[in-house]
Design a protein around this ligand. Structure first.
Ligand SMILES: *Cc1c(COP(=O)(O)O)cnc(C)c1O
Length: 414
């Protein structure tokens, strides 16, 4: 749920104004309290594993570790982030999940004995040849999908993720004496509990098909968060109950104790984050009212990529009071030399005007719920440096990533 900038919340107008003075916009800010609350909501699961790609800053990872959250890595870089943040690779604190293994990543998981959640049979072959006895999971494609956009669908024939015929993994596992420890499905059913039942049934069917004494099942990620005031927060107790029934059934069928993991990204961090930007021009294009800010889709990619919605609040750059009653259809755009650089658009790219109070040059626009897939998806497009990340923890603000310099970008090309 978007956190309004009032004094009931840690991130309020006064704090944000101080940060703007000190660090200049644009920047990201995260509220650690919100992350802790979200972790707490998942306490019934045996293991919470943070899908770090949602927000991979090592300070956030350390916060997770401190609160007993384990970590998922989907690249060599993310493995290095996890190690750097103090996660112990030996006791399953880190899992590598992917559909391919490149040579460097293969060496790393072998050297550090990091369990591999395999999304293809070829990965099992490559790993088995180098590392007999290695602990593996199977990421299963349940042959159907779900997802808030075509680009986030993670199952079915049109998805590249996971193993289609998990029973074909068994001969490879046997050949190389790999140790199968878990089954994984990352589908995410949102708040659709009929669909979730289907996913759980598929997990049960696959566990039976494979019929090995595994130790874990993972419900994957994909838990939604309410981006609008109308969105319903997910009933996490119900979500747990449905999965827990599946866990118990599988325990009975395989006659072994099974631990239930969950692997959220967005759910843990999205609501903790805001993107702070400044309005640099307000201009009319025919009948349209364009407001252009100093952050682009190189900073916040989601609206351009999926047409995602972020609640926007306004902090006046001068002393006027915002008149909430007097609103106007507004298009919010960034500075990039690219027409898709628009924060108010639908999934198919159609511009979607937002009814907002009158915005003036110099005002600050705050994009809410940008803690997930915000900073971690940023790029240097248009040679724009990565912007700072600031963490509010126990009433202290800390810069957890400084602004990149243009010189640092140029240095790569020396
Ligand atoms: C991205 C991803 C997640 C997290 O997805 P969210 O929608 O952010 O919860 C979990 N597991 C895997 C394997 C992923 O690729």
């Amino acid at each position: 749920m978007p956190q309004l900038l009032n004094n009931n919340n840690n991130l309020n107008i006064k704090n944000i104004k101080l940060l703007i003075q000190k660090y200049k916009s644009p920047f990201w800010i995260y509220d650690a309290d919100i992350i802790l609350k979200k972790i707490h909501l998942l306490k019934e699961f045996d293991i919470i594993r943070f899908a770090q790609k949602a927000c991979s800053n090592t300070h956030i990872l350390r916060l997770m570790k401190k609160n007993n959250v384990k970590i998922d890595a989907v690249s060599l870089g993310e493995i290095e982030r996890a190690l750097f943040s103090g996660f112990n690779p030996q006791n399953g604190e880190i899992i590598f999940t992917a559909d391919i293994l490149d040579d460097d990543t293969l060496s790393k998981v072998v050297d550090f004995k990091i369990p591999v959640n395999a999304g293809s049979l070829d990965m099992l072959e490559q790993l088995g040849k180098k590392s007999p006895g290695h602990h593996v999971w199977l990421r299963i494609n349940p042959k159907f999908g779900y997802g808030h956009s075509k680009k986030t669908n993670t199952g079915g024939e049109n998805s590249k993720h996971g193993i289609w015929e998990p029973n074909l993994a068994l001969p490879i596992i046997k050949k190389y004496h790999l140790k199968l420890i878990g089954l994984h499905m990352h589908i995410g059913s949102g708040v659709n509990f009929d669909h979730l039942q289907k996913v759980c049934q598929s997990m049960i069917d696959n566990a039976l098909l494979i019929n090995q004494k595994i130790s874990f099942i993972s419900a994957g990620g994909g838990l939604p968060i309410p981006y609008t005031f109308d969105d319903q927060p997910i009933d996490i107790n119900q979500y747990f109950k449905v999965w827990n029934i599946a866990r118990k059934k599988i325990s009975t069928l395989l006659n072994t104790n099974i631990k239930l993991e969950i692997e959220p990204g967005r759910f843990l961090v999205a609501e903790s984050g805001m993107l702070i930007t400044q309005v640099r021009t307000v201009k009319k294009m025919g009948k349209n009212n364009f407001v252009l800010i100093n952050a682009g889709f190189n900073d916040l990619m989601r609206p351009t990529m999926y047409g995602s919605y972020h609640y926007i609040s306004i902090i006046p750059g001068n002393n006027r009071k915002i008149n909430e009653k007097k609103t106007i259809d507004t298009i919010i755009a960034g500075p990039l030399c690219e027409s898709g650089d628009i924060f108010t658009q639908q999934e198919d790219g159609t511009i979607q005007k937002r009814r907002l109070p009158i915005i003036e040059i110099g005002d600050y626009l705050i994009f809410h719920d940008t803690g997930a897939y915000g900073a971690s998806m940023s790029s240097n497009y248009n040679t724009r440096p990565l912007i700072p990340e600031i963490l509010l923890n126990k009433h202290q603000f800390k810069v957890i990533r400084r602004r990149q310099t243009i010189q640092e970008i140029l240095n790569l090309e020396k």
